[in-house]
Unconditional design. Structure first.
Length: 267
């Protein structure tokens, strides 16, 4: 699989052209921040299990006419440029445009650009531009898999009192306190307007989202984890997904020539 590797003074990253999929990010002297399944298929047509899959132009089954999480995660992006801003900051830009294949499954002309900034912070900007003559609606996510010491040690802060859709029961609920994991969690938080903090035993990660008011928190736990493609049955212990999203009611409508940027800053 074609990949881009960046190694600057403070961090390293690996990005597959398929899906503009960041599957490794690590600060010098630290453990990798992103989880990558050691049994993931690195195969064209299958999404890598781990890293940051791009769910676009539909999150989950928000658009039931499209495959789960859309088609961008298995589409081949073009490498536009790599810029060395300074010895500690590198910027990589990748792009996907409509093609005969995409028009067959989603009948709109578009530009989708991912700009990744690699320093001691990982920044991802996903910009959608409507190149069609009609408006279109998207839902999307930067579906980040964070590597954790043990899911039992994880606490997620910053979502207290936020409403969420529990995807396991299809019910609307209200978050009470921090999120901990003792069974399967699959939730779409709404009205998210502040940073999310992932607290692990020896590490704290901050996630700042812009152009977004929804965030997905997901861990498949034992039963679903054992049925999932590209990962071992007990891999659920090693990661948590905190996804920077425009999902469900937080959809985006773009008129011709309009753009929208979903930005996640992880530090
Ligand atoms: C999450 C969904 O965003 O992605 C989960 O909320 C889903 O329900 C998970 O299981 C993984 O999806 P996939 O298609 O990569 O197996």
């Amino acid at each position: 699989m074609e990949i881009i590797e960046i190694n600057n003074a403070v961090a390293s990253v690996k990005i597959a052209l398929q899906g503009a999929h960041i599957f490794h990010y690590q600060r010098k002297g630290e453990e990798p921040l992103l989880w990558l399944s050691d049994t993931s298929d690195f195969e064209y047509g299958k999404a890598i299990r781990g890293g940051v899959p791009i769910c676009w132009p539909s999150f989950g089954m928000n658009n039931p006419e499209l495959p789960q999480h859309g088609f961008a995660r298995t589409a081949k992006f073009v490498h536009v440029e790599t810029k060395e801003i300074d010895e500690s900051t590198t910027e990589v830009t990748l792009k996907l445009t409509h093609s005969k294949e995409t028009l067959l499954i989603w009948a709109y002309q578009f530009d989708l650009e991912l700009k990744v900034s690699i320093s001691d912070t990982l920044t991802m900007e996903l910009k959608t531009t409507n190149k069609d003559s009609r408006s279109f609606t998207i839902t999307q996510a930067l579906h980040t898999y964070f590597s954790v010491s043990d899911i039992l040690h994880v606490e997620i802060k910053g979502l207290d009192k936020k409403p969420y859709l529990d995807a396991l029961t299809n019910k609307q609920c209200l978050q009470n306190g921090d999120i901990v994991f003792r069974n399967e969690v699959d939730r779409v938080y709404q009205e998210v307007d502040s940073e999310i903090v992932l607290k692990d035993k020896n590490r704290t990660v901050n996630i700042k989202n812009e152009g977004s008011s929804s965030a997905v928190v997901w861990n498949p736990w034992i039963e679903k984890g054992s049925r999932m493609s590209g990962m071992k049955a007990d891999a659920y212990k090693q990661f948590v997904c905190i996804e920077s999203a425009n999902a469900f009611e937080d959809f985006v409508v773009l008129e011709p020539n309009e753009s929208h940027t979903l930005k996640a800053t992880i530090y």
